[in-house]
Design a protein around this ligand. Structure first.
Ligand SMILES: Cc1cc2nc3c(=O)[nH]c(=O)nc-3n(C[C@H](O)[C@H](O)[C@H](O)COP(=O)(O)OP(=O)(O)OC[C@H]3O[C@@H](n4cnc5c(N)ncnc54)[C@H](O)[C@@H]3O)c2cc1C
Length: 459
């Protein structure tokens, strides 16, 4: 690719926004753990949608691939490529404006590069909430969570990102702009095409802005940490809590005792209750009064029935935050502990205790010295079944073992992190040839030149 192509990019976005020096590009080409490095001709940082369209047209004409990127917190190496061909990273970070917030219609229009935490704070400041919440929300962007259809800790009540997107503005590979920033709750006029792009991991179009669905900000929040004997007891607790509190239960996280031990070792954060084999972190939210009393009654019943052994309820926002920070530090503590083999699996909720017992025993038997760090969203049937394996362990063999059990349980090998470049082989193992062929036809129809993120999701 000639200097002329880079000059064209500079003319579109401004020379300051085309990064070509290795040191400048490094943060965009390295995953958050520093384990994987990609390569690119340049990192291009458009400031508006028309610039995105012009960059895509120029790249298509030059035969250069375009890898859209938000906060680069994705866990599936979605934009880290070293394969043949030339590519640029299209970083949406400069497009970070909140354009409008409608507290009556409960909607918010934001640009793709807006940081998730900023969006959440803006909603709270207006007495509303945007419930997608995850440990990387200080860096993850709205475009990234949409392209990944991110989950997070509030899926139990509010669904995945898909459930919270009302409209999208998307630029296709040939520069065509789809203006779909509609703020309607009901709109069955033709195909609801926004869903093609939600979860498409940058392979079908570039999301440049979104209309998000907000909710009223709840008046009361309850956060509790409970010690449980095993995942079956945690599930019994979930059933009880849902029977008593209904859909007020917004988060129900399971954490192995070994996970919290890692958090204490690496960050000095300790659970305010005695060590236990497993813990549940539970959050409920409501605007009507009575949540505290209802929670007390659930906890009393749980202790009486033996679902939980010990527990603590946060008495202030600061205490609630301290409990949540235990959960939020697990991934970071795991990274500090060393290399790990990750599995973002889903199985039907009732199957989770059986799966965890079987998979744990199988991994420990087949890979002596492996330590398990399972934690995650039990209420959604999604656990991060991570394995801290001794050096030299065959990661592919661990993956095969775990994923085989997941598929046998009727589950998914990617609950919320997507496929990226990390799980392509596993995707082929769990989707039929007919489904893959249909996805390939959709991709070819929207991007016949193969400009957008080639090498991601499937080849
Ligand atoms: C500590 C930690 C905790 C996490 N916890 C969770 C969790 O609980 N739940 C969860 O679901 N994820 C979680 N993640 C993963 C990650 O944060 C999410 O997938 C997030 O949605 C990625 O957003 P991003 O802006 O960083 O996207 P990136 O990493 O930049 O990109 C992710 C994918 O989206 C595409 N993309 C990005 N922006 C656009 C755009 N504007 N248009 C088109 N395609 C685009 C990219 O090409 C790539 O394929 C976690 C990550 C970390 C590091």
């Amino acid at each position: 690719v000639s200097e002329a192509f880079l000059d064209t990019l500079a003319a579109i976005v401004g020379p300051a926004h085309v990064l070509c020096q290795p040191a400048d590009m490094l943060p965009f080409l390295t995953d958050w753990r520093g384990q994987r490095r990609g390569s690119a001709l340049a990192v291009v940082r458009p400031g508006q949608m028309t610039e995105v369209a012009a960059v895509l047209r120029a790249a298509g004409a030059a035969g250069v691939a375009v890898l859209p990127q938000g906060g680069n917190t994705g866990l599936a190496y979605g934009t880290l490529d070293t394969g043949p061909g030339q590519r640029i990273i299209l970083s949406l970070g400069r497009m970070d404006r909140i354009r409008a917030l409608d507290p009556v219609g409960l909607t918010m229009e934001v640009e793709a590069g807006c940081i998730l935490h900023t969006v959440r704070q803006a909603a709270l400041a207006a007495g509303r909430q945007f419930p997608v919440s995850l440990a990387a929300e200080g860096s993850a962007t709205i475009g990234g969570i949409i392209a990944a259809n991110a989950g997070g800790v509030n899926v139990l009540r509010h669904g995945m990102t898909r459930a919270l997107v009302l409209g999208l503005e998307v630029v296709l590979a040939d520069g065509t702009v789809l203006h779909g920033l509609r703020a309607l709750r009901k709109d069955n006029a033709g195909y609801d095409w926004k869903h093609w792009f939600i979860g498409s991991e940058g392979t079908l179009g570039v999301v440049t802005a979104a209309t998000l669905r907000l909710l009223p900000r709840p008046r009361h929040t309850m956060v509790a940490l409970l010690a449980v004997a095993d995942p079956a007891a945690a599930l019994a607790l979930l059933v009880l809590a849902q029977e008593e509190l209904g859909d007020a239960i917004s988060a129900f996280e399971l954490m192995a005792g070994s996970s919290l031990a890692l958090v204490e070792r690496h960050f000095g954060l300790a659970a305010p209750i005695a060590p236990a084999p497993w813990f549940v972190l539970m959050e409920a939210q409501a605007s009507l009064p009575g949540l505290a009393e209802a929670t007390d009654s659930v906890l009393a019943t749980a202790l009486e029935r033996g679902h939980a052994g010990d527990g603590v309820v946060a008495a202030s926002d600061a205490q609630a935050q301290r409990l949540w920070s235990l959960r939020e530090h697990i991934t970071l503590a795991e990274a500090r502990e060393g290399a790990s083999i990750k599995h973002d699996i889903a199985v039907p909720v009732p199957a989770m205790p059986g799966f965890l017992a079987e998979a744990s025993a199988a991994v420990e038997r087949a890979f002596p010295g492996a330590r398990l760090n399972p934690f995650g969203h039990l209420g959604d049937g999604n656990i991060h079944f991570n394995v801290l394996a001794p050096p030299g362990t065959d990661a592919a063999a661990v993956n095969d073992l775990v994923h085989g059990l997941v598929i046998a349980s009727g589950g998914s090998i990617s609950a919320e992190h997507g496929i990226g470049r990390y799980r392509k082989a596993a995707l082929l193992a769990m989707r039929s040839p007919a489904e893959i062929a249909m996805m390939a036809r959709l991709r070819a129809a929207l991007d016949p030149g193969g400009v957008l993120n080639p090498g991601a999701v499937f080849d």
